[in-house]
Design a protein around this ligand. Structure first.
Ligand code: NAP
Length: 267
């Protein structure tokens, strides 16, 4: 196993971020633009995307491309793939971030919703890595950040299962491709203040204040973890402690605690 970390100061000029109109993705765009990176931002909401692009271009004098599209459509995913393969202003940092949650339990939700949810968190990032990794190797290196979740270690939902799959694959890809200059990092944030929970109609009023992270911290720490070639990173000390404790807690206790705190509909 090769554990050589990716070079700290590699020239990762252009970054492609999926789901850049809100939350963690928008914050990645902000912090990467502040570092002087050119950006390719992807999401469905054309107006929001144009607003983010305009703000960052005027604030940081960087070039921002936008790819408007639904990643769950062939057209939307193929446009991102094409950009990842391009040698013109090549993408040197890919952030697989776009995602959403489901409020209903597995058998209560519509199959289409379950399928879309599974695809956005697993198939789509995998597809983008399938294009990005060989292109990065050919160019001498690159970096990939996969936004998973602390839920990957809880085993309480299809969301947990999908994020677990992303952690497993990222760790494998990190081992497999690091010696060829490509670092892959799975980031596992805890509850983060974004539009994620509102979009899924989750009542978060019982989630304690201490549980919340700010996107600024999540992204700052994630970029550092990626720059030092970490295969897995959990932002914040409190969630690293939780990850440690989760190893010893019975699965049923975890299930009960998460359902109570997040008021999700179970079945
Ligand atoms: N917030 C948390 O507590 C938390 C914790 C752990 C992990 N995460 C993970 O962090 C990632 C980002 O979530 P967030 O909290 O920042 O959520 P958010 O504020 O709701 O942002 C989600 C982003 O994904 C985009 N998106 C969703 N579906 C898409 C699709 N089909 N095609 C293209 N873009 C799509 C949205 O843009 P458009 O609507 O414009 O398309 C938006 O930019 C997700 O993978 C999530 O699972 C979140």
């Amino acid at each position: 196993m090769d554990t050589t970390p990716a070079p700290l100061n590699a020239p990762h000029r252009t970054a492609l971020i999926t789901g850049a109109t809100a939350g963690i993705g928008e914050e990645f765009a902000e912090q990467l633009a502040a570092q002087g990176r050119h950006l390719v931002l992807c999401a469905r909401d054309a107006e929001a995307l144009a607003e983010v692009a305009h703000r960052l271009e005027s604030r940081y004098a960087v070039h921002v491309e936008t790819l408007i599209g639904d990643l769950l459509t062939e057209k939307g995913a193929a446009a991102v793939e094409k950009r990842l393969a391009s040698d013109i202003d090549p993408v040197e940092l890919l952030v697989n971030n776009a995602g959403f949650g489901l409020i209903k339990g597995f058998t209560s939700s519509e199959w289409q919703d379950e399928q879309d949810h599974w695809r956005i968190h697993t198939e789509i990032p995998l597809r983008f890595m399938h294009t990005a990794i060989p292109a990065m190797i050919k160019r001498g290196g690159g970096r990939i950040i996969n936004i998973a979740s602390i839920a990957a270690f809880t085993g309480v939902s299809t969301y947990s299962a999908a994020k677990h799959a992303m952690v497993e694959f990222s760790e494998y890809a990190s081992r497999r491709y690091q010696d060829r200059g490509v670092s892959v990092t799975a980031v596992c944030p805890g509850m983060t203040r974004t539009s994620f929970h509102e979009r899924m109609n989750m009542n978060v009023s019982r989630v304690p204040k201490v549980a919340w992270l700010k996107p600024e911290q999540v992204v700052r720490e994630s970029l550092l973890a990626s720059a030092t070639g970490k295969p897995l990173y959990i932002p914040s000390r409190r969630y690293r402690l939780l990850r440690f404790l989760l190893r010893f807690l019975p699965a049923r206790t975890v299930q009960k605690a998460t359902t109570n705190a997040a008021s999700s509909t179970n079945d």
